[in-house]
Design a protein around this ligand. Structure first.
Ligand code: T68
Length: 833
């Protein structure tokens, strides 16, 4: 099923070929003969984009014409992945384009390969935002995604001597055919300066007098936020939503002033300073770095987005209607400065009284938390915030004062008041952004059932006691368009044949597969798809990374950001143990289940331990490769630069999905859902959404191991001693000793000393405590894999029972529990006639 288009406008291969050549010749100015592959790709992308624009106009006129409520999704990251194939799928033009290009002697698949994916996110949080805007568009929900158009996205990872080396991701080097810039619609954003008594001539109240609570902010400098629109097509609908990313540009006035003063060099420096704001995505995940530029980025996109939203939602209308016209969703704390910004707009600019403004603000905002790690909770020092956003700091102080007063009024003791204060006093005065978000929002949600429970019980415990009805859960989801329909065409065809095509928009229809799980014919078809996906991956990794891999092996895949809590080290210890046992003669190589262990992971550039672990994985890979005893039995593949594009090839080929974080640390995970939906079995702990995956797919079809969250918590409380696990488990001791001996570092025992001593003396995420349980679970995996029929049955049931993990379901939950924004299908306004 494709897009709903008017028949008279339906393109044919020849009309599409004409549009393509038009773009190539007249927009790019190159001939067919001289065109580079990139030129051809850009012309193709632009030809496809034309077919999104009509639906987009219809969507805008439908949504802006009525009095519908819209969702403003505020996210510092969108990890979009490639756009071309998704746009073709949504417009239903894949085959038309393929035929048109064939006729010109070109290949759609080859041109698609030219696209550099926009990597405007770090990992799960950014990819979630991308899935959500896809679902919102598909479900006809009026929504705008707001974010930052980083000139450099997540770094490109290379390996030099096995160690990670980062390169700049200049994804815009050849331009992006998907964006539509609107420099004429730039919004001015202020920074710095001071506040003063309002002059009384501002916009303020109707009579021009300032409101009772207003202050005047006089910024020290300003920058312009230029909007770039990206079209977000829904699948199987006319609806095309907007992703609006802001790019920083130096203000003309600012430049002119300095130019006129004759200091050319200073003028250019000023320009660079301003434009640095949207220059680069911070490559940290889970642990935010408190950098001034990062706060500038946050305020920059939030201020521009709020101005844009208010204009869009209200025009000249009544501010009191705000909560009925727009609902803001804060994707983690990165956009939380929006709360004081909204207060500033209402109180200082529009002259509302404080209480009224606070009521409107609180009713308009909601906050999603994505972490459980205490060090990942964002704080900004009062010193920095006051310097960069003096008025916002005043507003935050007042919000806090009134909040703490209300706590005291309702009998809160001083200890509790201090614990709940938005301002922390130690080790330095700083604003706790998660607390500000919680106080300033209607709803606060976690991203999986366990995570939401732990938020209520631990991280935000005081707040949930105070406002139990404020807390809710929305389990994450993934878009089946990209992660099944596009990434796994073989499985998609099998699903279409078996349950019909409706699953792409209604993933619960996969339940219909259960009836076929016992059917030998269907199982064979299912196995063939997996085998073909492995072959596709093997071919890709041969050309992309020069890897030589067997297809006839268990594909054991661990792809995600490199972080200690995710425990890539546990996987390494498993592989090292297998190697060690073969080497020592304890295990006959013929008894090793042929296995390819695939890693994909980027480490934050400043995260030493994560980078050491990457080096260790590569070192173990090389050592195993060089050992003939393990040839065809055990191999590690670690392709560099794991990204969305690679994920789309890796996940459909996987047999086993590694989801092995320490229980209570992974908020949800979304890779776990992608694997299950593509027919991999999970080996995992009771963490994040693994809990729900196991509940749904069934205990028999999931390899559970490890401590539960309360058990891990109790072990920590009792004083965890990793050394005792090392001493008591000979296999574990031997594996660690082998790493420490220099066996993977050409005899150099110091190479991985930092990892070894951390494991033995600290092991914050209790790798050693879960080692034995993990190895036992891997033995169960091997036994299960030895029975291909039973394995395939389990894999089919994983697919059949994973419909719940569609991001369409997540969005439905947000709509029902939080947003209350009805769908508004785009009406054709006949513009084309
Ligand atoms: C992830 N968080 C969670 N953070 O770790 C994961 N952080 O469990 C969850 O499934 C996912 O969010 C979606 O809810 C992140 O990805 C970041 O990327 C990040 C980026 C900057 C600063 C802090």
């Amino acid at each position: 099923m494709g897009r709903v288009t008017d028949t008279h406008a339906a393109p044919t291969p020849s009309s599409f070929a004409e549009e393509f050549l038009d773009e190539l010749h007249f927009e790019l100015g190159v001939s067919r003969e001289t065109a580079s592959p990139t030129d051809l790709y850009v012309a193709l992308a632009r030809a496809v984009r034309r077919h999104l624009v009509e639906g987009w106009f219809d969507t805008l006129s439908t949504q802006l014409g009525g009095d519908s409520k819209f969702v403003a999704y505020l996210s510092a990251e969108y990890l979009l992945g490639r756009q071309l194939e998704n746009a073709l799928l949504a417009t239903g033009l894949t085959e038309v384009a393929r035929d048109a290009l064939d006729g010109l002697g070109l290949s759609l698949d080859e041109l698609s390969e030219q696209e550099v994916e926009p990597g405007l996110g770090n990992g799960g949080l950014g990819r979630l935002a991308a899935c959500f805007i896809d679902s919102l568009a598909t479900m006809d929900v009026p929504a705008v995604g707001y974010g930052i158009r980083y000139e450099y996205g997540i770094f490109r990872q290379t390996f030099v001597d096995g160690r990670q080396v980062e390169q700049a991701d200049d994804w815009l080097a050849l331009g992006s055919p998907w964006e539509i810039p609107h420099p004429e619609m730039a919004v001015t954003v202020g920074f710095g300066g001071h506040t003063e008594e309002p002059a009384g001539t501002g916009e303020g109240t109707a009579d021009g007098a300032p409101g009772p609570d207003a202050r005047q902010w006089v910024p020290g400098w300003t920058v312009e936020a230029v909007p770039y629109n990206y079209l977000v097509p829904g699948y199987g609908t006319r609806n095309v939503n907007t992703l609006r990313l802001w790019s920083a540009r130096a203000t003309k006035a600012f430049n002119l002033e300095i130019f006129n003063s004759g200091d050319y060099e200073a003028a250019v420096r000023g320009q660079t300073y301003a434009e640095n704001i949207s220059k680069v995505l911070y490559p940290e995940d889970s642990t935010p770095q408190g950098k001034e530029l990062r706060l500038q980025q946050q305020y920059f996109f939030v201020a521009a987005s709020l101005a844009d939203t208010i204009a869009r939602a209200l025009g000249d209308g009544d501010l009191h209607a705000l909560p009925d016209r727009v609902v803001f969703q804060l994707n983690d704390t990165h956009p939380v400065i929006a709360i004081p910004e909204m207060m500033r707009l209402l109180v200082d600019v529009h002259g509302l009284g404080w209480d009224e403004a606070w009521d409107l603000t609180r009713r308009s905002f909601n906050y999603t938390c994505h972490t459980l790690l205490p060090e990942a909770l964002e704080i900004w020092s009062v010193d920095l915030l006051g310097r960069l956003l003096p008025r916002h700091l005043e507003i935050i102080y007042r919000i806090n004062e009134e909040f703490l007063a209300s706590l005291r009024d309702s009998g809160g003791n001083e200890l509790q008041v201090r614990r709940m204060s938005i301002i922390q006093e130690q080790p330095e005065r700083a604003v706790r952004m998660a607390y500000l978000a919680t106080v300033g929002s209607t709803k606060v949600n976690g991203v999986a059932a366990l995570h939401s429970q732990l938020l209520r019980d631990a991280v935000l415990h005081d707040f949930s006691d105070l406002w139990p009805e404020k807390f809710t859960n929305v389990t994450n989801g993934i878009t089946p368009r990209r992660f099944v329909r596009l990434a796994n065409p073989g499985l998609s065809a099998l699903l279409d044949e078996t349950v019909g095509t409706g699953w792409v928009k209604d993933l619960d229809q996969l339940r219909g597969l259960e009836a076929h799980a016992e059917d030998p014919e269907f199982r064979r078809g299912f196995r063939d798809v997996k085998a073909a996906n492995k072959q596709r991956l093997v071919d890709l990794l041969a050309t992309r990374d020069g890897l030589h891999l067997p297809t006839d092996a268990l594909y054991d895949v661990m792809v995600k950001r490199l972080h200690e809590y995710k425990r890539q080290m546990l996987k390494v210890l498993h592989v090292v143990t297998l190697y060690d046992q073969v080497r020592s003669g304890a295990l006959d190589p013929a008894d090793v289940t042929p296995r390819v262990v695939v890693f994909g992971a980027k480490a934050a550039p400043g995260y030493r331990m994560a980078k050491d672990i990457i080096a260790l994985v590569n070192a173990v890979a090389a050592t195993i490769d060089a050992d003939p005893a393990l040839a065809g039995r055990l191999q590690i593949a670690f392709p560099a630069n794991y990204n969305v594009t690679l994920a789309e090839k890796l996940i459909p080929a996987a047999d086993l999905s590694e989801q092995i974080s320490l229980a209570g640390k992974e908020a949800s995970g979304t890779g776990n859902m992608k694997f299950a939906l593509n027919g991999a079995l999970t080996i995992g702990t009771l963490d994040g959404a693994n809990v729900e995956i196991r509940d749904l797919v069934g205990d028999d079809n999931f390899f559970l191991f490890g401590m539960t969250e309360p058990e891990a918590e109790a072990l920590g409380q009792a004083g965890y001693d990793p050394g005792s696990f090392y001493e008591q488990d000979p296999a574990l001791k031997s594996a660690i000793d082998l790493i420490a001996s220099g066996a993977f570092s050409h005899g150099d025992p110091t190479a991985f000393e930092s990892i070894v001593s951390d494991l033995l003396w600290k092991d914050r995420f209790m790798v050693l405590a879960d080692y034995r349980a993990y190895l036992d679970a891997q033995s169960r995996v091997e036994a299960a894999y030895a029975d291909p029929d039973a394995w395939t049955r389990s894999a089919i049931l994983n697919v059949a029972r994973s419909g719940f993990f569609s991001s369409d379901r997540s969005i439905r939950d947000y709509l029902d529990r939080i947003w209350h924004a009805p769908a508004v299908p785009a009406r054709s306004n006949g513009l084309r006639d």
